[in-house]
Structure formats: C-alpha cells, structure tokens
Design a protein around this ligand. Structure first.
Ligand code: GLN
Length: 538
C-alpha cells in the first residue's frame, strides 16, 4: 500500500499548490521513490471539459482520454508520470457516481448523506491509485481551506488518515506569509488562522509551505512553528523563483524538504539525483538568444488557456538556447489590423486548438502569412484544420473551402465530421479523446523530427480532414505526413518548400517535458531561431 501526501491551500487561491505538489514529486523521484499524482476539485462540474477557459484555463487531456485539470499537466511535466482518469476527481464526478448508485438502488433504500456516503466515495477515489504499485500518492485538494465546498474532501481525508494510520499520511499546507510594506515586516497571522481552520476540521498539518516575497528569517520560522504546531524544519519557504517554475524543486531541495518527508513517512530512499533537473534550469538561465513566438488564438490575455503550449515552447527554447518571448495575439486583432502589422517581429507562428467561429478568419490570415513569408509555423488541432482551409483556398484555389464546424453549409468542406464519427456521437461519445497511434510518412519533416515512424499522441476534437480532397492536396504540395495506422484519418499535414510548416490534428503540447522537449516544439523553435538569425528579428 502506498503512503499518502495530501496538499491543501490556505489564505488565498493561486498559491501554486499544483507546482508545489509537482515539485515534491520531483524530489521524491530524485530519491528513487515512485509517485503518482491526484487532484481533487471541489466544484460541481463533472469534469472541466465543458468549462470556459476564462474560468478554468486549459483542459489537459490524458492518454486514456480524461478531460482534466491543468495541474495534471504540471504533474506530468515535472515528475514524468502518466496521469489517467483516476487522477482528477471533482465533486460533480463524486456526486454523479453516488447518484447513479442511488438510482440503481444500490443503497437499498438507505438515506444517502454527505457523511458517510460522499466521504466514502472520496476515500475510494483516493484509493483508486493503490494498485499502481507506487510508493507515494501525492493528492492535491483544490480551493482554499474554509471554502464550504471543500469541506467534504477535508472530512474524508481526516477519516482516511485515521483508517490507514496517521504514520502513513502527511498533510502539507500551502499558505501565504504576506509582507506589509508599511509595517516593514512579514505577517504570520493569516497562516495561523488558516492552520486554525484546518485544526477545527480535525486535520493537523505536518508541514507548511509558505509563499512569500521576502525571505523568512529564523525568528519568523520559529514563530510559525510554535503557533502552528509544526516542526521548525517543516516550515518551508516558497520564495518567488526568478527564472522559471522548474527552479522550485531546487529551492525545496536546498531546504531539505525531501529529507524531512522521507523521515516522516519512513520511506526507503536513494541518494538525491537532480542532475537532469539542474541541467535544464542552467539551460534556461544561460540562453543565448531571445526570440518572439506569436501564439494566435482566441484568448490573447489569458495565459492559462494555453498553459501546456507555453510550457512546451519554453522546453523547446531551452533546448535551442533561446529565451522565448510569447506574444499572445487575438486572431480578431489580425482580422482588424492585418497579419503583417500584428505579426511583425515574430520569428515563428503557432496557431493552437480551439472551438467555435470567433476569429477563425484571423487564424487563416496568420497561417497564410507564415506560409508565404516562410516563417516557421506549427498548427495544433483547430490550427491544423485552419492550415488545411488556408491551403485549399489560397493554393488549391477552392475559394469557399471551410470547416463544417465554422460554416456548416460550405460547398467545400475540407474539414468535416466523418460518417463513422457521427455514429460514435449518436451513441453518446462526443469527441475523439486521448492517445491514438499514427504512422509517419518516409522522408517527411514529421518523421525526421520524431526520429521514428510510429507515434502516439493525444487528441481532443470532433472534426477531421475530409478524405475526398486528399488527391487535390497532395498534388497541390501539401504532404499528409501522419495517418492513423489504418490510413483513414489524417493526423499531420506539412509543406515541403518551407523551412518549417507542420500542423497536427493532435495536441503534442501534452507530452512535452522540460528534460525531454517534444520533438515538434524542439524543431519549431530550432527553425524559429534560424529564422531570427537570418532576418535579424530580435
Ligand atoms: N474544434 C475543432 C474540432 O472539434 C478543433 C478542436 C481542438 O482544437 N481541440 O475538431
């Protein structure tokens, strides 16, 4: 049976619990301890699949097709774990399970209650990773202590720790120690109150991770330790890191957070090996160039909506010794002001995935600009579909080509829903979700980049390339360089007489890691660095 680390947050939201959980995973892994990650979200949506990115940020897709919280992306990027359906539970999902059981009569007419039924279901969810054979499960509870909706989770975890024995569980509380400029000092009271709220529920935190903009001196740590009843060595400072979030594990390592956890849980551990991690951070810190990459999407001001893409660009940047300046551009801006003006200064253009019609013509204009000006281009999902539409309209001269998602009545549906897919939708599945294999064409850019001809990548879409147009595209110069193994679905398109023009129906960004950048991002940035050197841009 694994040991469990539960991570809660207090005082304010957005303290970086996800990065904290992921960083703890990195440190345990660096000591040869295997980990799995889980995230519990107290809201009532069954999953974030249908939630607005303004509220929720990116939907992270797992190999097994879960539409899940973006923190799972941090876990995978940091610890290299592969997450699954069992790694993200919302209150909505827990209630959904219970209500289905209730309707089936599984409760035999008994009254169904928050305690014990909801709490038991939460405990079952925690245990759903028990058979994975990992040493430690690190579970993060979304929200902030004191929220009404997180209460059942905390109550469940209190029960859980009693059931499996307190020595098998650690509670780590992430909190804020604010600096009051007028008083000229950091204040520990919010942390004391937050720990007080936890204790009322019956949870006594073992470790505190204190977000702060000022270093905490010994005196402050002693005070927090005394008032919050936490070992002084377990008061960890989480100071804002200067260069990259991937420095956080190194910060924690310098405070021996891993030693403390290993002792407290009685884990068998190896020597700490953070070499690959340090090398990555060194690369980020010692970049030689800076280039600007334009991400042309629906949301220009909303960084979390494209979280994995931004991270993947940074991974590719570090590999190529380039600091990436990401310019988030709303495609509507291009519709208003033209591609040349808006994209000036960019050394590469990325059009990400998306849904709906807003700004779609702007994306097509950006792709046309990239194709004609020979600017490196990477298109993802909707970005690939728009690249196909652009090519149809401007190269194959099919003027009214479109995707039926955007113009349902188009006479030339180069992107459409396949009959087989329609069947799937009729029986309740709505999207092609999760990992699917693809085969890459010999001597294609994709094949060269991946270094193999068989790949597996994650999908989240309804629409597909329309096979009726295959011949026209291939004759016109667009290579269909990645196909499903049965040859039916087009997964990658590319253009040959261009330094780097490639677009994928899947989402490569979900599989990029700092220590193993995704090949397409690595080479897209490589081509963008070359472009910037050649043109003197940035
Ligand atoms: N809206 C498109 C589809 O459903 C693309 C989806 C995406 O970009 N993730 O096919």
């Amino acid at each position: 049976m694994p040991k469990y680390i539960f991570i809660t947050g207090g005082v304010v939201s957005s303290l970086g619990k996800g990065i904290t959980a992921a960083s703890i995973g990195v440190l345990l892994k660096a000591r040869d301890i295997s980990v799995a990650h889980q995230k519990f979200d107290p809201y009532l949506n069954v999953d974030p699949g249908t939630m607005n990115p303004y509220q929720h940020g990116e939907v992270y897709v797992t190999d097994d097709g879960a539409e899940s919280d973006l923190d799972l992306g941090h876990y995978e990027r940091f610890t290299g774990v592969t997450t699954s359906q069992n790694c993200n539970f919302t209150s909505g999902r827990i209630y959904d399970t219970i209500l289905k059981k209730e309707r089936r009569g599984d409760y035999l007419g008994g009254t169904v209650q928050v305690v014990p039924h909801v709490t038991t279901e939460i405990c079952n969810s925690v245990r759903s990773l028990d058979n994975t054979g990992v040493d430690v499960v690190i579970a993060e509870i979304g929200g902030t202590v004191g929220d009404i909706e997180s209460l059942p989770f905390l109550e469940a975890l209190r029960q859980f720790s009693n059931q499996i024995g307190r020595s098998n569980v650690l509670f780590i509380h992430v909190t804020l120690v604010p600096f009051l400029a007028k008083a000229g000092e950091v204040k520990t009271k919010p942390t004391q109150h937050s720990v007080g709220r936890l204790r009322e529920i019956g949870i006594i935190p073992d470790m505190l991770i204190c977000r702060t903009e000022k270093h905490l001196d010994k005196e402050v740590r002693r005070k927090i330790s005394l008032f919050c009843n936490v070992d002084e060595d377990a008061v960890i400072e989480a100071f804002d890191v200067p260069h990259t979030i991937y420095e956080v594990p190194l910060e924690f390592a310098s405070q021996n957070l891993d030693h403390w956890i290993i002792d407290a849980l009685g884990l068998r551990a190896g020597r700490r090996n953070l070499r690959a991690w340090r090398e990555y951070v060194d690369k980020v810190v010692n970049c030689e160039h800076t280039i600007e990459i334009a991400v042309v999407g629906k949301y220009s001001e909303l960084l979390d909506a494209y979280k994995s893409i931004h991270e993947s660009l940074n991974h590719g940047g570090a590999h190529n010794k380039a600091t990436i300046r990401i310019r988030s551009i709303s495609s509507e801006d291009i519709e208003k002001n033209g591609a040349a003006k808006v994209l000036k200064g960019a050394s590469g253009i990325l059009v990400p995935g998306g849904f709906g019609t807003r700004g779609h013509e702007g994306k097509i204009l950006a792709i046309k600009y990239a194709r004609e000006k020979k600017l490196p281009f990477l298109g993802i999902c909707l970005g690939m579909q728009m690249a196909v539409v652009e090519f149809a309209r401007n190269v194959l001269k099919i003027k009214d080509a479109d995707s039926t998602e955007l113009v349902p009545e188009t006479k030339n549906p180069v992107i459409h829903i396949m009959e087989e897919q329609k069947m799937i939708m009729n029986i309740g599945g709505t999207m092609r979700l999760g990992a699917f294999p693809a085969v890459l064409a010999k001597s294609s850019l994709a094949r060269k980049s991946y270094g193999t001809d068989k790949i597996s990548e994650r999908h989240r879409h309804r629409f597909e390339f329309n096979n009726d147009y295959r011949d026209q595209f291939e004759k016109g110069g667009m290579t269909l360089s990645g196909l499903s193994p049965d040859g039916i679905l087009v997964e990658i398109v590319e253009i040959a007489n261009h330094p780097f023009f490639i677009a994928t129906q899947f989402h490569p960004e979900f599989k990029s890691r700092p220590v193993a950048p995704h090949p397409l991002f690595r080479d897209f940035i490589g081509a963008s660095v070359a472009y910037s050197k050649k043109t003197g841009k940035n």
